[in-house]
Design a protein around this ligand. Structure first.
Ligand code: NAP
Length: 255
């Protein structure tokens, strides 16, 4: 049974990924959509009656969900052709004032959840399949007022790049997608009443998801959409981080 698996499919980037995957790969037997909001996932499935959408409600920051998911994989033994490892959580603010629960949620999802989903799925992926991990432009340089988030995405960046080398040997492509600002629930929850990231342009989710799939099919290791963000990535590579962090501080402190 050939499947595509999308985490964080109930809204934002993950939801658009699901829609574009259903269009691009109509031959797949099943599309597994994962997030906590079961109702939103069911709605998504109802909107696509022509596809067999399997609703998998899981909290990926919880280790018990990983056991549930491992059992599901063991029972179904799917041939995973596409994995979009995308669910993520963000909290902006001064680190010393962050709620401990928010720090746990962020690290458990962005770091542990992303890692474990990859670990559980890779044995079910074979030559010609691919995984896209959603990182962030926030991983290119440290972000004051978003210290934990940017550090978690720096982890994802290193993790994805290393996996790319390991898995390309057997023809499985691992690609890091590093998006900039997107008009999604996450962005609005974290940036309402704030001038933060105001100079950054919004990405077009339809274009980003389709281009990301094309690049992943062609074996790319990374994809940073839009010239504006590519230039930022280049700057972050050549400018010493002691200087970069002064610039990202200005961006983060405009509250
Ligand atoms: N928006 C931006 O500007 C931006 C920029 C760069 C990178 N990103 C990254 O893009 C990815 C997608 O974010 P988005 O912008 O599309 O935000 P979003 O609309 O808030 O989507 C986040 C998705 O993750 C799911 N999720 C959150 N916590 C979860 C948990 N504990 N277990 C399982 N699923 C969980 C959410 O569903 P439930 O709430 O139903 O669980 C939702 O489907 C994230 O990795 C984010 O870090 C976003």
């Amino acid at each position: 049974m050939q499947v595509a698996i999308i985490t964080g499919a109930s809204s934002g980037l993950g939801k658009v990924f699901f829609e574009k995957i259903a269009e691009r790969y109509p031959q797949l037997d099943e599309y597994w959509v994962i997030a906590r909001s079961e109702n939103k996932l069911k709605e998504l499935a109802e909107q696509h009656p022509q596809q067999k959408v399997r609703v998998v409600p899981l909290d990926l920051s919880d280790t018990r969900s990983m056991e549930t998911f491992e059992n599901l994989l063991d029972e179904q033994k799917p041939d995973i052709r596409v994995l979009i490892n995308n669910a993520g959580f963000d909290r902006a603010g001064l680190f010393r004032e962050m709620k401990l629960a928010d720090i746990y949620s962020l690290m458990n999802l962005n770091v542990m959840g992303t890692t474990m989903i990859s670990r559980l799925c890779l044995p079910y992926m074979d030559k010609g399949s691919y995984q896209i991990l959603t990182g962030s432009i926030g991983s290119f340089a440290p972000l004051p007022w978003r210290a934990v988030y940017s550090a978690s995405k720096a982890y994802v960046r290193f993790f994805a790049r290393a996996l790319h080398e390991e898995e390309s040997k057997r023809g499985v492509n691992i690609m890091l997608l590093s998006p900039g600002k997107m008009d999604t629930e996450m962005f609005h929850k974290n940036n309402k009443d704030s001038g933060n990231m105001s100079i950054q342009p919004y990405l077009n989710l339809d274009k980003v998801t389709v281009r990301a799939m094309q690049k992943a099919e062609n074996g790319s290791a990374t994809y940073t959409p839009m010239v504006f963000y590519k230039i930022y990535r280049l700057l972050a590579k050549i400018v010493p981080s002691a200087l970069m962090v002064k610039f990202t501080s200005v961006e983060g402190s405009t509250k």
